[in-house]
Design a protein around this ligand. Structure first.
Ligand code: ZN
Length: 308
């Protein structure tokens, strides 16, 4: 039986033991709160907590979580760590939402630390949206097909399974030519994340929380309704570009802000943007943001990497 450990690092660290593509036992969470608690349930300080941890402290914390999940087992075949960033060969080349990790050789640091703690398993570092895609493929029994997913959270992630050597920073797709669109965490102008990301929305509406903006849009507030349309047009535009580059097919939508998606509005905009008949076979599927999916995806991806 393949035994791996999946870890995700975003607003908190979650870790789980995975045996044959399923989680065994409870997920562990750092900060220690219920692993399935929605992100808006835990305090601002906790959200800032990971941003303030420097790389060595993060490596140590992840290692502690992995050790706890392993529970003394030494036959772990792979450890997968998913985080929001641009990852190549175990190195975090950029991470706008966890800036202290930029340049960190996470793969090397973690495998060294784990080895000295008695877990000599290979470590894979991956983009968290790719872990979501792998987790969805695994949970839906589609490890043999292509899965594409948008994760709508603090930032906007785009994941694809199989990863296939791509970069997939589609959350930074340029969806506006307006020079005033500058809210993206990466600093880029006109980016999808700068419109749709939770952090970007809070910067745009300094006087309202994102959930208040969407509630007011529903009540007919003109400024909020305009923004709701912009938000959906941004998602439609980036999806249309993905369709024009990679073909039609199913797109999963997840992340804690999937609650803001108005599917008919989204489909209407994509319909206006994708007109070629061979590209019409696209569809959307909304899935709850479940921590399990990400953790399974991280573990399964690491297992596959370890198996070569
Ligand atoms: Zn950006």
């Amino acid at each position: 039986m393949a035994k791996s450990i999946g870890v995700t690092l975003s607003e908190r660290i979650l870790a789980g033991l995975i045996v044959d593509h399923a989680i065994v036992g409870d997920l562990r969470s750092f900060p220690a709160i219920r692993a399935d608690a929605p992100v808006e349930m835990f305090p601002e300080e906790a959200q800032g907590g990971l941003i303030e941890l420097h790389t060595d402290a993060l490596v140590e914390t992840i290692c502690d979580q992995v050790m706890a999940v392993a529970g003394g087992a030494t036959d772990v075949s792979a450890v997968g760590v998913a985080l929001p960033g641009f990852i190549r060969n175990g190195v975090v080349e950029d991470a706008p939402n966890l800036p202290q990790l930029k340049g960190a050789r996470m793969g090397e640091l973690l495998s060294t630390q784990l080895k000295s703690a008695g877990i000599p398993a290979p470590v894979s570092i991956m983009n968290d949206a790719d872990a979501v895609a792998a987790g969805l493929a695994s949970r839906h029994g589609k490890l043999d097909t292509t899965v594409r997913v948008w994760t709508l959270g603090i930032g906007i992630g785009y994941g694809q399974y199989p990863i296939d050597g791509g970069i997939w920073e589609n959350g930074h797709s340029v969806v506006s030519l307006d020079e005033k669109e500058r809210f993206c965490g990466c600093g880029g102008v006109g980016h999808m994340e700068g419109i749709m990301g939770h952090r970007a929305m809070r910067l745009r509406f300094l006087d309202m929380e994102p959930e208040e903006v969407f509630a007011a849009a529903k009540e007919g507030d003109a400024r909020c309704l305009d923004f709701k349309k912009l938000w959906h047009r941004a998602l439609a535009a980036a999806t249309a570009s993905a369709i024009h580059m990679g073909g039609a097919g199913r797109f999963f939508l997840t992340g804690f802000n999937v609650r803001f998606v108005d599917l008919p509005m989204l489909k209407d905009y994509v319909g206006q943007m994708v007109k070629m008949s061979p590209l019409q076979g696209y569809s959307f599927e909304l899935v709850e943001d479940e921590a399990d999916t990400r953790v399974i995806g991280a573990g399964v991806t690491a297992e596959q990497a370890a198996a070569g």
